[in-house]
Ligand binder design. Structure first.
Ligand code: FUL
Length: 449
């Protein structure tokens, strides 16, 4: 009898701690940790910094690389001062020039005047990241306009050896970037030809990932055929209002900018989106270019992190080897503006009245003690049980009436994080309604600012 009572109590306890219903694909622990980073930096630096180009042809002499005052700690401290959680460096861009003393080619920092050929920018940045607690990642362009063997299996072996060297000497990497550009023409050992390859077969990305994961299994992978995150489909810094973390691993889909922009609502894998954009017009530093305005950068934040994507913001290091004062001032100003906006959650300690009677649809109402001006809301779903919300609405109560807020944002998906900016209004109550959903919704955050 005692045993039966115990069993009954156990069953009762289990049914009270009800697990949220899982709908569709969910993130791995690694993807979840990566999504929580929200903002991190890109650094484009290399021969292009000195020859004024964006896509070096592969023939600029290695000796052109000559930063007078390079200081990776200055990069790291600057990036930390604007809230970046990590940094991804172009260890090799399309021109093939390597920023570490590789054994695979003479086209590297070894043959430059920098520290008389004894320098190692990948190593120096990796070290500075470790010292100051910033996550580290690398971009290694598969397309190599310098190598004579590009287009043959020999080059792919060389490319894999480069990955192996990076894995052996640096890391851990929070993210490894396989760029998608394969423009065709290049120097290619002086042949000056146009060469085309079939990227989905040629680079043997599965092998590349194996090399990385053998030592660093938690590395997130951008690009190629084996990604664990995906591109947003543009370089303007703007994700779509409707954005699903679910996607497909079909290579055509991975290159379909229209699909990448929204994700696939019933996609079979969890593949969260990354918005990559430069603080200046170019990815590399050009003296005549200026950083984006504060307003542009704020829009970029709300259109990336605010729309369920991560933001990879590029800083072009200048030819003296530093992030320019104009860029760092603007970026810090941007970070402080965001910190200001999100400093005080007006709903802190305020429990919403939840009406789940019509689950999976539901509604939440928050009451303020006195009329309060609100201009923005932050919503987060518990993505560990899947991304579910398909449509929601936000209303406010004032002078005896429920009114809609005024915004350009479509109120469709939420996902890991959604920020809705609207025309500031004074309200007595706030109401969030889940109108359409794939399953029972669990909002783990509703904040108002
Ligand atoms: C693109 C490249 O072609 C650009 O030069 C830059 O590196 C950007 C981040 O990715 O595909």
């Amino acid at each position: 009898m005692k045993q039966i009572v115990f069993l009954f109590l156990l069953l009762l306890a289990c049914s009270c701690v009800r697990q949220p219903e899982i709908v569709g694909p969910v993130p791995t622990q690694q993807q979840l940790e990566w999504q929580r980073m929200e903002t991190y930096a890109f650094i484009h630096f290399g021969l292009n910094t000195f020859n004024g180009m964006e896509w070096g042809y592969g023939d600029t002499p290695a000796a052109t690389f000559n930063p007078s005052n390079l200081d990776c700690e200055q990069w790291v401290l600057t990036l930390k001062a604007c809230g970046m959680k990590g940094v991804i460096l172009t260890a090799k861009h399309h021109d093939g020039f390597c920023l570490w003393p590789t054994e695979t080619t003479a086209y590297s920092i070894k043959n430059s005047p920098y520290k008389n050929g004894q320098g190692d920018v990948v190593g120096e940045l990796c070290e500075a990241c470790r010292k100051h607690g910033l996550k580290f990642g690398v971009y290694l362009s598969p397309w190599d306009r310098h190598q004579a063997s590009y287009g043959t299996p020999e080059y792919v072996e060389l490319y894999h050896r480069q990955i192996q060297e990076l894995v052996d000497h640096y890391g851990p990497f929070f993210e490894f970037w396989f760029d998608g550009a394969n423009g065709g023409n290049g120097w290619y050992g002086g042949t000056n030809e146009t060469r085309s390859i079939k990227a989905e077969e040629y680079y043997r990305y599965d092998k590349a990932r194996e090399i990385i994961w053998a030592k660093y299994p938690h590395t997130m992978i951008f690009g190629g055929t084996v990604p664990t995150l995906r591109w947003i489909g543009n370089e303007e810094g703007s994700a779509n209002s409707t954005l699903w973390c679910t996607y497909s691993l079909d290579f055509d889909d991975l290159n379909n900018t229209r699909l990448l922009a929204t994700g696939i609502a019933d996609g079979e894998v969890w593949l969260p989106a990354e918005v990559d954009v430069s603080i200046r017009p170019g990815w590399f530093y050009h003296e005549n270019e200026q950083p984006k305005s504060l307003e542009q950068l704020l829009d970029i934040y709300y259109h990336s992190v605010g729309r369920n994507a991560n933001l990879l913001l590029n800083f072009p290091v200048a030819s003296d080897g530093r992030i320019s004062a104009a860029d760092s001032t603007r970026a810090v100003e941007w970070y402080h503006a965001l910190q200001n906006t999100f400093s005080e959650d007006l709903l802190k300690d305020r429990k919403g009245r939840v009406d789940n009677r019509r689950a999976p649809r539901s509604e939440m109402i928050f009451s303020f003690d006195m009329p309060t001006t609100v201009k923005c809301l932050v919503l987060q779903e518990n993505i560990m049980s899947g991304q579910k919300v398909q449509r929601f609405s936000i209303n406010y109560y004032r002078n005896g009436k429920w009114l809609p807020i005024e915004t350009d944002e479509e109120m469709t998906t939420i996902g890991y994080k959604r920020i809705i900016r609207f025309k500031p209004v004074e309200m007595e109550k706030l109401r969030i309604r889940i109108i359409k959903t794939k399953g029972e919704v669990e909002l783990i955050r509703v904040s108002a600012y």
